[in-house]
Design a protein around this ligand. Sequence first.
Ligand SMILES: Nc1ncnc2c1ncn2[C@@H]1O[C@H](COP(=O)(O)OP(=O)(O)OP(=O)(O)O)[C@@H](O)[C@H]1O
Ligand SMILES: [Mg+2]
Length: 250
Amino acid sequence: MNIISSYSIKGGVGKTALAVNLAYALCESGHRTLLIDLDPQGAAAFYFRMGSAKKLRMQDTDALADGLRSNIRESDFPELDIIPSNLAYRNFDIVLDSMSKSRKRLRKVLEEFKPEYDAIVLDCPPNITLLSENVFRASDAIVVPVIPTVLSQRTLEQLTSFFHDEELPGDILRPFFSMVQKRNRMHRDIMAELPLSYPGFLKTVIPFSVDVEKMGLHRMPLLAYATKSEAALAYRALCNEILGKAVTQP
Ligand SMILES: Nc1ncnc2c1ncn2[C@@H]1O[C@H](COP(=O)(O)OP(=O)(O)OP(=O)(O)O)[C@@H](O)[C@H]1O
Ligand SMILES: [Mg+2]
């Protein structure tokens, strides 16, 4: 019970901000953590001052596991390792499609890393692809940032329907509100209603904060440079809430 994915069909909702700060918060609370950047944009690794991964051979599961292993880098923080992404990841879907059991390959690859880490965090690209389906089948929890707007709400509904249609376990979906502006009436209204339809909705709310936006300048998790800020406290609370259900304590 230790693979946590930061995922949404929608772009720009706070997936990478979550992945980076969740990975850091997990380490702070004593979990040996591996953050894998699955998005060819490479933003998660950028926030840890890392370049892209070496090119991977991806012809079969063993080659993929070996390639990922050879790209594990130590971060500047104890017990936190990173696998940066690579532009070649844009071909993940084609490679997976050519394999048998193509929806369960990532799970098999990640099994290999489980003995060494207490938690694995996946930063996922937006969209819903064969790679996403692999993520769904590999994850113990899929944490979904939802900005309290109509379009974000709609993509959460699409994701839930997909899980239902594909007979995937809906209880691993853990949405939470991201970039919340409490003064915004629409945010308040959606926040009052939406969680009523989703039993797994996390209670912790991540506020909209310039401290989070500054991660690009500091190139480190918010928790490392604005450790007591409102948003940092919220990410820690979110981590604890996720741990309560998703991860076996070390
Ligand atoms: N709580 C927040 N408050 C203010 N800005 C935020 C917050 N969370 C994220 N941001 C900013 O919003 C932008 C998008 O965030 P992020 O990159 O985490 O989203 P994403 O879902 O990973 O995007 P993509 O789909 O492109 O991967 C970034 O500039 C980030 O700094
Ligand atoms: Mg991202």
